[in-house]
Design a protein around this ligand. Structure first.
Ligand code: TYD
Length: 208
């Protein structure tokens, strides 16, 4: 596959979606065709699964069901959107991908990482991001930034859950250091965007 696959990760409220939008605009200004998608979601079927997953009324959903629905959403997205885009040589920017499941359902909910890794391998057909941009922010600061927002079912889990998710991400940044690039979420939007653009340009020139 000739395209470039970039994923953004981080706890809710870290600012990754703003950065994903800015990166898309930059790459498009350089003439790239960019497909920006969010997870869970990003295709018609996956967006329908997203609604079930995030609906606060589904408060009896078991963690196993949650993990399998996330994998179903990812499986459809990967085959319908991501693989064809990469095969056409486009840039794919994913606002969350398989690592979110390890962070939230694994480190956060306590499902065994080895099961989730198998589920992810099946859902992603083995496709991995070329680079994962982790926007790291303390839970306190992230919650402060989200104060005015209404929380979805997973965001309602609270401080301790998000602390576990954050440490999970920090562990993954070490374990998968070949593809992780970590950014301090306290930087201004403009500073962070510059760092991300520099890093992505570096990766692009390495690949070409
Ligand atoms: P997101 O779309 O990033 O939230 P927002 O709409 O606020 O930008 O993600 C929705 C929620 O889904 C978020 O709390 C993280 C959670 N999630 C998981 O728990 N596991 C996953 O694998 C994914 C992709 C998301």
């Amino acid at each position: 596959m000739t395209g470039l696959f970039i994923s953004f990760e981080g706890i809710d409220g870290c600012g990754k979606s703003t950065q994903a939008d800015l990166l898309k605009s930059h790459l498009e200004s350089k003439g790239e065709t960019v497909v920006l998608i969010r997870e869970p979601g990003g295709s018609i079927i996956s967006e329908q699964i997203r609604e079930i997953l995030l609906n606060p009324e589904n408060d009896t959903m078991d963690a196993s069901t949650e993990a399998i629905l996330l994998a179903a959403s990812r499986s459809q997205l990967t085959r319908e959107v991501i693989i064809p885009a990469l095969e056409s040589g486009h840039v794919v920017i994913c606002d969350r991908y398989a690592d979110s499941t390890l962070a939230y359902q694994g480190y956060g909910r306590g499902i065994k990482l080895e099961w989730l890794e198998k589920l992810n391998a099946f859902a992603t057909a083995g496709v991995k991001p070329d680079i994962t941009l982790l926007v790291d922010l303390s839970v306190d600061e992230a919650l402060r930034r989200m104060e005015s927002k209404s929380f979805d079912r997973i965001e309602m889990e609270g401080v301790e859950f998000l602390e576990r998710v954050r440490s999970g991400y920090l562990e993954m940044a070490e374990s998968f250091c070949e593809r992780y690039f970590m950014l301090n979420g306290l930087h201004t939007i403009e500073e962070m965007s510059k760092m991300i653009i520099n890093k992505v340009e570096e990766i692009k020139s390495e690949i070409n």
